[in-house]
Design a binder for this molecule. Structure first.
Ligand code: ADP
Length: 501
């Protein structure tokens, strides 16, 4: 069956039952509004009525601004104004006021929407529903106030509250019927009613107290009454809007912070995945050789004495694994405590450095890398933890060899300044791209192009930096991609050395 009037598509989508109900409510509402229009010429104070219409329209249009995020703030001032018009102008005029204000709101809401796409069904139903509700509740109010003792304030207030309850319940139940017709059993009328109980209480309070106060102010002081009544409401609406805006800015800010944190977290997760990939790769090689040679020795124990390389490989693999595990444990400790446990003692910086250079000679020779080093002649006294200083030297020197191609050079220099000793390790290796250089001391950070060139976990430099800093020293890196790098470690001299130098 075809719709009675030719309405836009969204209206036609409604099933027959909803369609008829919607039209019925709309028509009833327009009949009451029509009565209000017919009565207009008999109204005694048209300017006051116009002011009320303007105020109701303004309140309706302002209402959407008062939503904080997704929370709708009930703001039924428009309805309260329409109800306030009833005692002076009659129930049908109340319907007329709500109809005009509802129309203004609808025009404002869809001001940018093309004509055909506007929700006409919404307009017809909303205006119809509210006009009907105001007419019925308004008739109750109008006749009760005229029949009962309007000198007794308690009775008057009671009548206003009852009128507001009727108004609110009519609005709600007309809406519940529509929802039920639209969505069927999905809508349980009583639970829908219960869900709206708080909004109901607020609406009834605003409609009864607001309507009563405005009607009284209007009856007693005329236009001045309207002004006095609306001034505080207007001011509080403005301050509420300011508050809402501030809240919105705050919420936007919070959203930005959450977004940043989420990205940070995603970065960390990526970092962790990359680290696990490197770790499993680095652990796999020694584990495979330990496994292989271990099973070989189990079947042929005599091979251990015949071929010492087998045992040496197992021990080397075990050492690599231990180093990796220690590095992971140490970086965790450094990050949580700021330092590893230290046993500080007076040490000769030069002697320790010479020993480290010596141990790395074999590694350099394997790649035909020349290690240039002039051991310092005099003692360079520092207060430090021996194993930690050795670890610093080991990390920087082995990196220089690891990230330098065959037949390159590594220069190790030591200088003493007034209060510091300065170690410089320069290589002619791959170098570090400028954009990656600032992050080179971050944990798990490896230069992308180096991943295929040498194995590593990206923990060595982070640990080295932590160790240098826990000795009150500084470390920095300079590098030119394709040319080489210079790592500089600066550490304080022990008090006595300072005096000597
Ligand atoms: P690892 O060597 O185990 O990867 P490190 O923390 O010691 O970890 O070094 C981090 C990264 O810094 C290395 O992966 C490498 O890309 C880069 N790097 C360190 N030292 C040098 C160097 N001397 N020359 C070029 N790149 C280096």
């Amino acid at each position: 069956m075809q719709s009675v009037i030719n309405l836009p598509p969204q209206f036609q989508k409604l099933k027959k039952g909803h369609n008829l109900y919607l039209l019925f409510v709309g028509l009833c509402g327009f009949v009451f509004v029509g009565i209000g229009i017919v009565q207009l010429p008999n109204q005694s104070n048209i300017p006051n009525l116009l002011i009320l219409i303007c105020l109701a329209a303004m309140a309706e249009v302002a209402a959407p601004f008062l939503n904080v995020g997704k929370t709708k703030v009930a703001y039924e001032v428009g309805t309260a104004v329409s109800l306030a018009a009833v005692p002076l102008f009659g129930a049908a005029t109340g319907s007329l006021v709500i109809c005009i204000s509802g129309l203004c709101y609808w025009l404002y809401k869809y001001r940018t929407t093309p004509f055909a796409k506007r929700r006409w069904d919404q307009l017809i139903f909303n205006i119809g529903m509210r006009s009907c509700a105001i007419f019925i509740a308004g008739s109750f109010l109008y006749y009760s106030l005229h029949l009962l003792d309007s000198e007794n304030t308690n009775i008057v207030i009671l009548v206003w509250i009852l009128a507001a309850i009727i108004l609110d319940q009519l609005n709600l139940w007309l809406l519940i019927i529509l929802m039920r017709l639209l969505k069927g059993k999905e809508i349980n009328p009583l639970s829908f009613w219960a869900e709206n109980r708080w909004a109901m209480i607020v609406n009834i309070a605003v409609e009864s107290i607001g309507g009563f106060a405005l009607a009284t102010a209007l009856a007693q002081y005329g236009r001045l009454g309207i002004f006095v009544f609306f001034l505080p409401i207007g001011l509080s609406a403005i301050s509420f809007q300011l508050y809402v805006r501030r809240m919105r800015a705050h919420m936007d800010n919070l959203e930005a912070i959450i977004e940043d944190r989420t990205q940070e977290l995603a970065g960390l997760l990526k970092e962790k995945d990359a680290f696990l990939a490197v770790l499993t790769h680095d652990m796999k090689t020694p584990l495979t050789s330990i496994n292989l040679y271990g099973s070989l020795l189990k079947d042929k124990p005599h091979l251990a004495s015949e071929n010492p390389r087998i045992v040496a490989t197992i021990l080397r693999g075990q050492k690599t694994l231990t180093n990796i595990v220690n590095d992971i444990l140490d970086i965790e400790k450094l990050e949580s405590n700021g330092a590893l446990p230290m046993q500080v003692e007076p040490l000769d910086f030069g002697v320790l450095l010479s020993a480290s250079v010596e141990t790395l000679h074999a590694q350099a020779m394997k790649k035909d890398i020349v290690l240039h080093y002039d051991a310092p002649i005099s003692e360079i006294r520092v207060q430090a933890d021996r194993s930690q200083i050795e670890r610093i030297f080991q990390n920087i020197l082995s990196n220089a060899i690891k990230y330098t191609p065959e037949e390159g050079s590594v220069f190790v220099r030591v200088k003493t300044q007034e209060k510091h000793v300065c170690l410089e390790v320069e290589d002619t290796g791959y170098g570090i791209p400028a954009e990656e250089l600032p992050y080179i001391f971050d944990r798990y950070r490896r230069v992308k192009k180096h991943v295929d060139k040498a194995s590593g976990t990206g923990l060595g430099l982070a640990i080295t930096k932590g160790l240098v800093e826990s000795h009150d020293g500084e470390i920095e890196a300079q590098s030119v991609e394709g040319k080489g790098s210079v790592f500089t470690v600066k550490m304080p001299l022990a008090e006595r050395s300072r005096l000597v130098s």
